[in-house]
Design a protein around this ligand. Structure first.
Ligand SMILES: [Cu+2]
Length: 194
């Protein structure tokens, strides 16, 4: 209520000052305002299947890019940080992650580890599933280097709430992690993607 009253006031104010042109440009913004406030709640709960998530029978392929945007000094996975995105795969899925490093400056890594809500200063480079970790995951000189890629494959053999995380020192605690859920109910998709 407060917001729409404000929007209306803003709209009237601009209309009064700017004439018909600004009334036309401002009108959609005013009508979209309530929808925009509801969008995050809907987006966080709604499962989507982005272009980087492919499913073929029991096989899931995820194209994950470190530094797909420059957000957080490139320390992000497909633009997401701090657990704001959740990737869900069905239990038992054969998961392939095509991991690319688009950060021009820094090595990164990717693995599936035990879940957390707040990243610790150091995350042990131990994967919860065999093979679910890139090579030399803590190394700044031998990890997945800028401009390179690595593919890992694993079986998501046990349902649970995990994280997809970077093991280079300081990266997880700076936000380089997202949630990774293995669903006992066969759910597949992504919530909260950027
Ligand atoms: Cu990293």
């Amino acid at each position: 209520m407060k917001r729409s009253a404000f929007s209306t006031a803003l709209f009237l104010g601009l209309a009064a000052c700017g004439g018909s042109d600004s009334a036309e440009t401002e009108a959609p913004a005013a009508t979209e305002a309530p929808a925009a406030t509801e969008a995050p709640a809907a987006a966080s709960g709604e499962m989507t299947m982005p272009s980087w998530y492919a499913m073929d029978g029991n096989n899931v392929t995820l194209d994950i890019t470190a530094g797909s945007t420059d957000r957080g000094n490139y320390w992000n996975y497909n633009g997401s940080q701090f657990g704001e995105m959740t990737i869900t795969v069905p239990v038992g899925a054969n998961v392939t992650v095509n991991f690319s490093n688009n950060d021009p400056n820094m090595a990164h890594s990717l693995g599936i580890s035990e879940g957390f809500e707040t990243a610790p200063a150091m995350v042990d480079p131990v994967a919860v599933f065999d093979g679910a970790i890139t090579s030399n995951p803590t190394s700044m000189t031998e990890g997945t280097m800028p401009g390179t890629s690595e593919t890992i494959s694993f079986v998501a053999s046990e349902a649970g709430e995990y994280v997809m995380v970077c093991y280079v020192a300081g990266h997880a605690v700076s936000g380089m992690w997202v949630k990774f859920v293995v669903s006992a109910d066969g759910e597949a998709g992504v919530t909260g993607a950027m």
